[in-house]
Structures are given as structure tokens and as C-alpha cells.
Design a protein around this ligand. Structure first.
Ligand SMILES: [Zn+2]
Ligand SMILES: [Zn+2]
Length: 260
């Protein structure tokens, strides 16, 4: 055993990293001699999106230890271990309404290692269905609330209708057991992912939402997608790939506007 001369090995990593402080602090002991590791002896870094795996040689026992910047979990889609921070990053992008290129710009300015598109997509595929499930739950709740508020404000709301529709239109009794259909007031809004200038509309994605009058909440939404990476690769390779295809529209983005 020998002590490394601190001038001999220098950590030459640059820039910033996102770290889980509690997680790292808990794992900073050498697995052989249990002595605290020193970040200045990082010899190598493997970048995994927004996370890193450092190889640190402890300067007394000379064992190379592995130190990760955050915790991992098993990807339910592939069964492989992935870093939680990368899933949180995909969720951040969805929540802020930005894409991978915007995240890359943020990371470049912050001097953080950039996340490649494959990693980003992998995590988007993990978090996407969860976001959709939560959104669905929220629509069910909002619709129930909209229905309740409509029934409560029926007198005020029916005055908004033409005279011939004021009776028996908003609440339709279905049977004698008290079941009824309640029609609610809602507005509809839509847009596409890319700005149009009045002449060219070539966005690949369009989104729309139904917003209830009384709650001001989104009651439902839809998307129209003109492109699918897997379907495109099938065209080139001729190989069918089983995938969660979201392509549901053909034609121009302007047609999408007219279609809705
Ligand atoms: Zn050691
Ligand atoms: Zn597809």
C-alpha cells in the first residue's frame, strides 16, 4: 500500500453536474477499507444523461471505487437499470412544454453534460404513459365537477341558450331511475407545435383541449401526430417494429386545423 502523491493524480473534470447530495454522501466510503473517498481522485467519468458514474481510486488502499451521482431504478419497459434524474428531466421537459433541443440549450449554458436524444426518448417513453394516466384521472374529476356545477347553476346557464332550448336541453332524463345526461358549456382550443406564418403550416404535432365553463379546467384533450420514428424506420428497413404508435393524422397541419 502506498499513498498517492496529491500532485500525481488530478481530477481534470470540468463544468457542473447534478447530484443527489444525500445519496452521494451515503455512498462515499471505500468498499474495501471503509475510508471516505476524495473527489480529487476521480480518474474517470461515465456520463449517463444527466447522471454520472465516477471511478475514484482511494489513495491509501488504491482500490478503484464507483460513485454514482444519484439513485437508479428498473425501467419497466426494458427491465434495465436507469437513473431517476433522467426520468425527472423528461418530466421537466413535458411539464414546461419544451423539447430535447431546449433542454440541451439550458444544459449548455449551465455547463452541464448534455443529454443525447436516445436517453431523452427512453425516459420520455417511461414517463409519458404515467403522465397520461394522471391526466385522465384529472379529466374524470374535472368533468364530474363541471357536471355538478352545471346542475347547481342550471337557472343561470339556461339563459345563455336560445329560447327553444332552455327547457330540457341541458339536463336530459334518460330513465325513470333518476339517471340523466348533463350537457355542459365548454370551449375548445387548439394549436400546433410549430408556429405558422399564415401561409405555411408544417408542424408535425397538433394539440387540442376542451375547457369547462364553470370549472375552467381541461375536461379532455386530443393530439394529432403526422410523424412516427418507428413507422418511418419500417419504410426504410422493411422490418416491422412493435411500438406504441401515436401517428393518427395524414395531410397538412392546416388540414388538421380544418379537421378539428
Ligand atoms: Zn480503501
Ligand atoms: Zn408508428
Amino acid at each position: 500500500m502506498r499513498e498517492i502523491d496529491p500532485t500525481e493524480v488530478k481530477c481534470n473534470l470540468q463544468g457542473n453536474r447534478i447530484v443527489d447530495l444525500a445519496f452521494m454522501s451515503k455512498n462515499m466510503n471505500c468498499t474495501m477499507c471503509n475510508t471516505r473517498l476524495d473527489l480529487q481522485y476521480i480518474e474517470q467519468e461515465t456520463i449517463k444523461g444527466a447522471a454520472s458514474i465516477f471511478s475514484i481510486r482511494y489513495h491509501y488502499c488504491l482500490l478503484v471505487n464507483t460513485l454514482k451521482t444519484g439513485n437508479e431504478y428498473t425501467n419497466p419497459v426494458t427491465g434495465k437499470s436507469v437513473f431517476a434524474i433522467n426520468t425527472k428531466l423528461a418530466l421537466t421537459a413535458i411539464h414546461s412544454g419544451v423539447g430535447e433541443t431546449h433542454i440541451t440549450k439550458f444544459f449548455n449554458v449551465l455547463d452541464l453534460p448534455t443529454v443525447d436524444s436516445h436517453t431523452f426518448k427512453t425516459h420520455e417513453r417511461i414517463i409519458g404513459p404515467i403522465v397520461e394516466a394522471v391526466a385522465k384521472e384529472s379529466f374524470t374529476e374535472a368533468t364530474a365537477m363541471e357536471r355538478l356545477l352545471t346542475v347547481e347553476s342550471i337557472e343561470e346557464l339556461k339563459k345563455l341558450l336560445p329560447e327553444e332550448l332552455q327547457e330540457g336541453y341541458l339536463i336530459v332524463n334518460v330513465d325513470n331511475n333518476g339517471s340523466s345526461i348533463v350537457r355542459v358549456f365548454a370551449s375548445f382550443d387548439m394549436g400546433w407545435g410549430q408556429r405558422g406564418n399564415g401561409h405555411t403550416y408544417d408542424s408535425l404535432n397538433g394539440y387540442c383541449a376542451l375547457i369547462g365553463l364553470k370549472t375552467g379546467k381541461v375536461l379532455d384533450y386530443c393530439t394529432r401526430n403526422r410523424k412516427c420514428h418507428y413507422c418511418d424506420s419500417e419504410l426504410y428497413t422493411g422490418k416491422k417494429v412493435l411500438h406504441d404508435c401515436r401517428k393518427n393524422f395524414k395531410g397538412s397541419a392546416l388540414m388538421y386545423f380544418q379537421f378539428n
